[in-house]
Design a binder for this molecule. Structure first.
Ligand code: CAA
Length: 395
């Protein structure tokens, strides 16, 4: 068993850490306060290759493994979670979805622009009445011979206002239930695609989250992903990878809150000594460090399973469930350690606490992760501490 990062992984981690500290930290408080989209920051992240890290180099991507992506997500999420969610959706939902399941033509047409950040993508599954209950899609795509006619409304769409490409999940044959669902690549400048108002959110405030309306949008047949009826499986498989990205985001949030709390507690004095030397604070730091370490093992392992082409859906659900809980608990503790200073924007921990909450909601709530995990246990799928390759196929 290896617990050491390779030279390449360490280089990615250091590059992301350095970039986040130098380029994302200045201005992050203002961008959050003003709900200002990080245009310049996303351009720089694109130039540095953060928007298509796992995409095959033949399509303009970085050709890196999932662990590299996780390490970059973690470092960027210590500082700016609006940037990291934009990055996460583009990398692990949109680029990965097309790379893993698209046709050669779809990959050649869309990946070079998405992987370089020239275009940003969005993943359009959630609807006003279909969130956790994702099979209840109301958006329809009716077969018209050479194209589908797409109608419906999607909400909570990250990158909704800035994306050029949507992966849209829609019902093509309601009688077939989830087997009648398909996924489509839709370009946002096609007639009938309309972007609703930007949501005013608790956290990740400078990312753009919108409702999207489709009205009689003509989607060419060649833009359907996979065989007819593959759409729900596509969404689930893609989200299994996406959840590793959100787990990495949660890990970064917790890590950022911990690093700030450790530094503050070693400077701030009360009752004649640094507060880190009071057991009340020292024990909080011990709990934080221990749980962050446990979350790290789970997140890195889920990434490793994906890189080994093994089944990672249960591991990614567990990693997201656990890491998002750690992020929520320990950002609250970070605010407590900072006392009154933790309650004001200048010290960053209140923003991390607000950002942590969404990691328990998007890409499947904590309750949805428990559905995924419990069904896998009850199906008798062995959840293993050592991997049994023969029992785990089909990433
Ligand atoms: N891989 C392959 N197939 C899968 C799968 C997976 N990971 N998960 C489920 N399936 C298959 C099932 O095996 C089943 O097929 P069979 O009948 O042939 O066995 C089929 O899909 C239907 O699955 P379920 O019966 O489990 O479906 P369900 O209605 O009970 O729902 C659920 C299961 C886990 C709750 C699912 O609906 C779900 O994940 N919901 C949450 C959706 C979600 O994560 N939304 C997030 C929105 S995206 C977002 O947040 C992006 C953003 O902008 C940040």
């Amino acid at each position: 068993m290896q617990f050491q990062l390779s030279e390449e992984h360490l280089a990615v981690q250091e590059a992301a850490r350095d970039f986040a500290q130098r380029q994302l930290k200045p201005g992050v408080i203002e961008r959050d306060k003003n709900m200002e989209y990080p245009t310049d920051q996303i351009r720089e992240m694109s130039e540095l290759g953060f928007m298509g890290m796992m995409v095959d180099p033949q399509y303009g991507g970085g050709g890196m493994d999932t662990l590299s992506y996780v390490l970059a997500m973690e470092e960027i999420s210590k500082i700016d979670n609006s940037c990291s969610v934009i990055m996460s959706v583009n990398n692990s939902l949109v680029c990965w979805g097309i790379q893993a399941h698209g046709t050669e033509e779809q990959k050649a047409k869309y990946l070079p622009k998405l992987a370089t950040g020239e275009w940003i993508g969005a993943f359009c599954l959630s609807e006003p009445e279909a969130g956790s209950d994702a099979t209840s899609q109301r958006t329809t795509a009716i077969d018209q011979g050479d194209h589908y006619l797409l109608n419906g409304t999607k909400n909570w769409i990250t990158n909704g206002g800035t994306s050029k490409v949507h992966l849209v999940i829609a019902q093509t044959n309601p009688e077939l239930g989830y087997k009648g669902i398909n996924a489509f690549i839709v370009e946002t400048d096609w007639e009938g695609v309309q972007v609703g108002a930007k949501e005013d959110k608790l956290g990740i405030r400078s990312s753009d989250t919108h409702t999207i309306m489709y009205s009689d949008v003509k989607v060419p047949k060649e833009n359907r992903i996979g065989e007819d009826g593959f759409g729900f499986t596509f969404a689930m498989k893609t989200l299994s990878g996406g959840r590793i990205g959100i787990a990495a985001q949660a890990l970064g949030i917790a890590g950022g809150a911990y690093e700030l709390s450790l530094a503050y507690s070693q400077e701030r004095k009360a009752f004649g000594k640094e507060i880190s030397r009071h057991q009340a604070i020292a024990f909080k730091l011990a709990d934080m460090a221990t749980e962050i370490e446990a979350a790290k093992m789970m997140v890195y392992r889920a990434a490793w399973l994906k890189d080994q082409h093994m089944d990672y859906s249960t591991a990614s659900a567990m990693a997201k469930l656990y890491a998002s809980g750690v992020a929520m608990r320990h950002t609250v503790e970070a605010v407590q350690i900072h006392g009154g200073y933790g309650f004001v924007k200048e010290y960053h921990v209140e923003r991390l606490m607000r950002d942590a909450k969404i990691t328990q909601i998007y890409e499947g709530t904590s309750e949805v992760q428990k559905i995924v995990i419990s069904r896998s246990i009850l199906k008798g799928q062995p959840y293993i501490s050592t991997v049994n390759q023969s029992s785990l196929e089909n990433a």
